[in-house]
Design a protein around this ligand. Structure first.
Ligand code: AMP
Length: 389
């Protein structure tokens, strides 16, 4: 049977959003001679610097979405807070992957959790919250601590509050209700580790999952990804098959990143989904035989996805704006790159701000411990921080 979704090299991929994920996607596309056009309001955004073209416009602009769709063969998006209506409008003109319905589900924590429940996937018990009395009722069912979250627009820990006792209910509710968005409260999961798995799924239903990454956050922002995650093989296998089940259940075509909690007993509870490349998958650029970005290009082009192999233990550390701020805009890359196995990835962002993702370092090594030690040392050297400070 002819593969209707097959796009030959030379075809053009439209990317809604011009951040670092779009940039690394555009670089992977270029390797296989696919062209990219990016939609972003900033003419100097990270992705536009390496793409073949740009539609300069707001993410919510329906005209800009149509202009992009007309200029490309297939579309994707690189962050999930894009305007779903403009994605849907673009999708009337050209195929968009993952679909607008996957986007809408994953943009809304309540829809996402309900979809996971329906698929029989374990999630933290949760309740929709509209009032302070809803929260008191939820506390009776769920117990303390509970995590109150906005249902939409939350990322990197923004729009969240932990409630440890009844006295905290009122202020947490007032704090998050300000935004006027719907709220969800979840039981606090006493996890021993956070991991994530990225699954690629093609239009013909083939899936391929990357090895789980062990994720360490700092100030609610991903700090370090360690691969292989230091979990039993059985948990590793379960995590991969869970991610593939989710991709299949939601009918994802493209990538889905699945963030999970691992409990002391080795049970897995799914926390969150992202229908796009994910920061915790940046290790795949140097640690695997195909990267998350290449997998997405393959899916968008209608090409097969192979089950990726980790060829060496790999650790990723994020480089946030403070590395620049603390070094007067001059991190010591020479010192960092003197260490073995270090790859530097910078996103071309003009302005460094505290907490802003500016780049990352990947380190491949013989053992995961060596990779972890070297990755932290490499970042400290760039930051000109000594181990003793
Ligand atoms: P999220 O925005 O849902 O990814 O949450 C950000 C971080 O908050 C997670 O990476 C966890 O460290 C923590 N967190 C979120 N939900 C829960 C929960 N139900 N139980 C325990 N920790 C949580």
């Amino acid at each position: 049977m002819e593969n209707e979704s097959l796009l030959n090299p030379g075809s053009t991929i439209g990317i809604i959003g011009g951040g670092q994920l779009g940039r690394m996607l555009a670089l992977a596309a270029r390797q296989m001679d696919y062209r990219t056009i990016v939609l972003d309001p900033d003419p100097n955004c990270p992705a536009a610097q390496v793409a073949d073209g740009q539609v300069i416009g707001a993410y919510a602009s329906h005209d800009a979405a149509r202009d992009l769709a007309r200029a490309v063969d297939v579309l994707t998006y690189e962050f999930e807070n894009v305007d779903a209506d403009s994605v849907s409008i673009a999708g009337e003109l050209k195929p968009v992957h993952p679909s607008t319905s996957v986007l809408r589900t994953t943009q809304h924590r309540l829809h996402e959790k309900n979809a996971l429940l329906k698929a029989g996937i374990a999630v933290a018990p949760f309740r929709a919250i509209e009032s302070v009395s809803d929260l008191h009722a939820a506390a009776v069912d769920l117990g303390y601590p509970m995590v109150l979250k906005t249902a939409t627009q939350g990322y990197d820990g923004k729009g969240q509050s932990i409630i440890t006792r009844a006295e905290g209910i009122e202020s947490s509710f007032r704090g998050l209700n300000k935004a006027g968005t719907e709220l969800i409260v979840e039981q606090f999961v006493p996890f021993t580790m956070e991991i994530s798995v990225i699954c690629a799924r093609t239009a013909t239903g083939e899936t391929a999952t990357f090895p789980p990454s062990e994720n360490i956050h700092r100030n609610h922002i991903l700090d370090i990804s360690i691969v292989p995650a230091r979990i039993p093989d059985e948990v590793r296998a379960n995590a991969r098959s869970l991610a593939a089940d989710i991709a299949e259940n939601l009918g994802v075509v493209g990538l889905i990143a699945v963030e999970m909690f691992v409990t002391r007993d080795g049970d897995i509870v799914v926390n969150e989904l992202a229908p796009r490349p994910h920061n915790s998958g940046h290790y795949t650029l140097d640690g695997c035989d195909t990267s998350q970005f290449e997998q997405l290009v393959r899916v968008l082009a209608g090409l097969p996805v192979a089950e990726p192999k980790l060829h060496s233990p790999t650790v990723m550390v994020n480089l946030l704006g403070e590395v620049w701020e603390d070094t007067d805009g001059n991190p010591d890359w020479e010192g960092a790159l003197r260490l073995p196995g270090v790859s530097l990835h910078l996103y071309g962002k003009a302005e460094a701000r505290v907490g802003r993702k500016m780049g990352h370092i990947n380190v491949v090594a013989e053992t995961v411990e060596d990779a972890l030690y070297t990755a932290i040392e490499a970042r400290d050297r760039a930051w000109r921080r000594s181990k003793n400070t």
